[in-house]
Design a protein around this ligand. Structure first.
Ligand code: ARG
Length: 491
């Protein structure tokens, strides 16, 4: 690159300065090393701005044509890694603008008319985050589909449902997985709300007060797709607010944190289920690692790391909240610190969701079209675990209630039955009828139907319950919800 660009830099904020910046200050204040990933958004926003300037007669049509041509070349250069990013040019905005001027001359210098880096960076960040939210939403759909696929094959597989990590009542493995589908569905919903507030245009706010040029902000918004469902342009309505607040990034990190909470809970369960003491599932070897000293080990590194990375995402949320909290209006350079936490949150969440979808649902083999990998379920171990711990005690109480006993009395009676079974080291279903009748004369032979795990499972047949009929209906509901969402996403 010629020295031209360096001249450009010193001109970016006038000839007022009498001494050059020290290298340390340059390095300290520059953001180009990390904000260059905003380049696509930066070019798209610049083109929308230039198109509008030309349409309003603020720059010539020839200027706009030159800017378009220059930006096309810059895109090619950046894509092919031929573009030389310069620390001296501080950030992605000044780097691209300087190169544009180098390529197309005076038209490049006209681009910044009626604009400031303050409304430019706010616009870029919103555009960038919008497309990342779309990518994350898609990954959330894939993870939900993976969970549904495993669930579909396990509506009759019983495992102990826990409260306080004590065996509570039998549930199906499918039902358990569907709990996570609900969580990830809410995460996607939250993200769509964040997207709506992110998709609003700051450009036109200039440095902080608006601009003296007759800009057509609606035209810019339309071109950038910053419109609502009815196609109405969405504009930030106060210039001070538009250049200074980063609440859209903060609420994204809050939604990402909640999503990671859900991933982390799932991770914790996968880790428990994989331990020898449970032995409920296996995950494919490629998601585990061995130990350098203990040859028998297969460690669940992927879920453990996901659980660990959750902390880092929470940290970014706290970082951004703190970054914002005491800033006077309007823009302050503090805001340059918004990018790395936001970028890392996006990267961490995307990688985590991608790897989880694959670890749970497997990967489609391109040759056969079949899913490979994914989790393997040890139905027998799950069932054996559910058979310990008197998981059907509530069913016995319900049975007595249906025979006319008040629930509190039934609860007490069953506690005695559990004590007896425990003394005999057997399950409730293994107590002879005569023994059971000793606790309440109303008990008959049909009691064994409700004491079995299967009977207990099928009996919970209210909406939201674990009965296979309910769970199958939920799987169908989720499937059509996801299909409808995929349809919306493609139109
Ligand atoms: N790199 C800056 C940022 O990320 C761009 C805005 C700079 N504006 C300014 N007035 N210095 O926030």
């Amino acid at each position: 690159m010629s020295s031209n660009q360096f001249e450009q830099k010193s001109q970016a904020w006038s000839a007022l300065f009498s001494e050059p910046m020290s290298d340390l200050v340059k390095r300290y204040t520059a953001s180009v090393a990390f904000d260059q990933r905003l380049w696509r958004a930066d070019i798209a926003a610049s083109l929308a701005h230039a198109d509008m300037l030309a349409a309003q007669g603020i720059i010539g049509a020839d200027d706009y044509a030159a800017i378009e041509r220059g930006m096309a070349q810059i895109s090619t250069e950046i894509e092919s890694a031929a573009f030389v990013w310069q620390l001296d040019l501080e950030d992605v905005h000044l780097n691209i603008e300087a190169r544009l001027t180098q390529l197309v001359g005076p038209a490049g210098k006209r681009l910044h008319t009626g604009r400031s880096r303050n409304d430019q960076v706010a616009t870029d960040l919103r555009l960038w985050l919008r497309s990342e939210i779309d990518a994350i939403t898609q990954l959330l759909r894939e993870l939900q589909s993976a969970l549904l696929e495993v669930a579909q094959h396990h509506t009759e597989v019983i495992l102990p449902g826990f409260t306080h990590l004590q065996v509570a009542q039998p549930v199906s493995f499918a039902h358990h997985l569907l709990a996570y589908v609900e969580m990830f569905a809410r995460d996607a919903e939250r993200l769509s709300e964040v997207r709506r507030r992110t998709n609003q245009l700051p450009l036109g706010s200039a440095a902080l007060a608006g601009t003296t040029y007759l800009l057509d902000r609606e035209r810019v918004a339309r071109r950038l797709g910053m419109v609502d469902e009815q196609g109405r342009p969405q504009l930030c309505q106060n210039s001070l607010d538009a250049v200074s607040d980063r609440d859209f990034a903060i609420e994204f990190c809050a939604a990402a944190s909640l999503c990671m909470v859900h991933v982390s809970r799932l991770s914790e369960e996968l880790i428990l289920w994989m331990s020898q003491n449970f032995d409920f599932i296996k995950i494919a070897d490629r998601f585990t690692t061995g130990s350098s000293i203990m040859p028998q080990k297969k460690n669940p590194d992927v879920p453990e790391l996901a659980r660990g990375k959750t902390g880092r995402v929470f940290g970014h949320l706290m970082g951004l909240l703190t970054l914002m909290k005491a800033q006077p209006l309007a823009y302050n350079k503090d805001n340059q610190e918004d990018k790395e936490p936001l970028f890392d949150t996006v990267d961490t969440l995307k990688d985590t969701l991608r790897i989880f979808a694959e670890m749970i649902g497997g990967q489609t083999d391109p040759a056969s079209g079949q899913k490979q990998g994914g989790i393997t379920v040890n139905a027998q171990a799950m069932q054996d675990a559910a058979s310990k711990g008197y998981a059907t005690a509530t069913d016995l109480a319900d049975y007595l209630v249906k025979k006319g006993l008040p629930f509190r009395d039934a609860h007490e009676t069953v506690a005695h039955a559990v004590k007896a079974a425990s003394a005999h080291r057997c399950d409730l279903s293994e107590l002879p009828l005569a023994v059971l009748q000793g606790f309440d004369a109303r008990i008959e032979k049909d009691v064994y139907d409700c004491l079995s795990l299967r009977g207990s499972l099928h009996a919970r047949n209210t909406l939201g319950g674990t009965a296979p009929a309910q769970v199958r209906a939920q799987i169908e509901r989720h499937r059509s919800r996801l299909a409808a969402a995929a349809h919306v996403a493609t139109i």
